[in-house]
Ligand binder design. Structure first.
Ligand code: G1P
Length: 281
């Protein structure tokens, strides 16, 4: 299975921080957000990955590409642990970069990966979203995909006032936390939302998704939405939602970014720093 990581948006919810710096490159503890996402795919057993990015986001590509001059300089200076660290990043996965020429929406970004994916099932991980948990969210979805042989994606309970930020799902519960999806709506007003289950940004699709995605015209926010292709999939085929109980951080928002930094520090080398700060509160 291959993975597609869309990371081409302008990051408008996070300006001015994202004016020159892609939101996917914002650090969380000791590495950029996008590295957390790539590592999640790798931990789920997926090493062929396409990152869909924009011309304005060269920093993402630079982060994963070998940098000969830097490596030579580190070697010469005897900074071997630093050298090992950056080589680890270079060798994390086989990463291909695909440029989305125009920012026409998430569904359009996914279509840019059609040739890369070919006629195979594939995972999608939003590049600005970190999920933790054991098994990790993508692994959980891959397992469920194998079990049900159908497309599947993760959801979480959201608050009524948050419906305009999410794709919202309705359907029939077929097992604990698993629903056969009947309908999906992208970013509805609270009174139009069919439930309070929001799409989190982790998916595993059969290749038929592309067929439906090609039919989709611009929808919510004037963008070509992935949710609309999933809606076709639900009507013509089968797609399941799965309630993911691990933690999810939307690094497109200041609150989640800040929270992720603190919470993910707890198990890092910086936990004592965090402890010291907390004592001062
Ligand atoms: C995207 C999806 C939406 C999903 C959300 C999760 O929206 O279109 O269905 O609920 O991610 O963050 P975006 O946040 O890119 O506007």
């Amino acid at each position: 299975m291959k993975a597609v990581i869309p990371a081409a948006g302008f990051g408008t919810r996070f300006l001015p921080l994202t004016k020159a710096q892609p939101k996917e490159m914002l650090p969380v503890v000791n590495k950029p957000t996008i590295q957390w996402v790539v590592e999640e795919a790798v931990d789920a057993g997926i090493t062929d990955i396409a990152i869909i990015t924009g011309k304005h986001k060269q920093a993402i590509e630079n982060h994963f590409r070998p940098t000969k001059k830097l490596e030579q300089a580190l070697e010469k200076a005897g900074k071997l642990s630093e050298l090992e660290e950056i080589r680890k990043v270079n060798n994390l996965a086989n990463i291909e970069f695909i440029i989305q020429e125009e920012q026409k929406g998430l569904g359009h970004a996914i279509l840019c990966a059609e040739d890369f994916v070919g006629d195979n099932p594939f995972a999608v991980l939003l590049g600005d979203t970190i999920c933790t948990g054991n098994p990790n969210c993508t692994r959980g979805l891959v397992n469920m995909f194998k079990e049900r042989n159908s497309s599947v994606f993760s959801v979480e309970h959201i608050k009524p006032e948050e419906t305009t930020r999410y794709g919202i799902v309705s359907g029939k519960e077929v097992a604990e936390g698993v629903m056969l999806v009947e309908d999906l709506i992208e970013k509805p007003e609270p009174e139009e939302a069919p439930s309070l289950l929001g799409i989190q940004g982790r998916y595993v699709f059969t290749p038929e998704l592309f067929e439906y995605q090609r039919k989709v015209r611009s929808g919510a926010g004037g963008e070509v939405q992935l949710t609309d292709a999933m809606r076709y999939l639900a009507k013509n085929d089968k797609i399941f939602s799965w309630r993911f109980d691990g933690k999810r951080y939307d690094i497109g928002t200041m609150k989640d970014w800040f929270q992720s930094h603190l919470e993910l520090s707890i198990e890092s080398e910086f936990s004592s720093v965090l402890e010291g700060v907390l004592k001062k509160l």
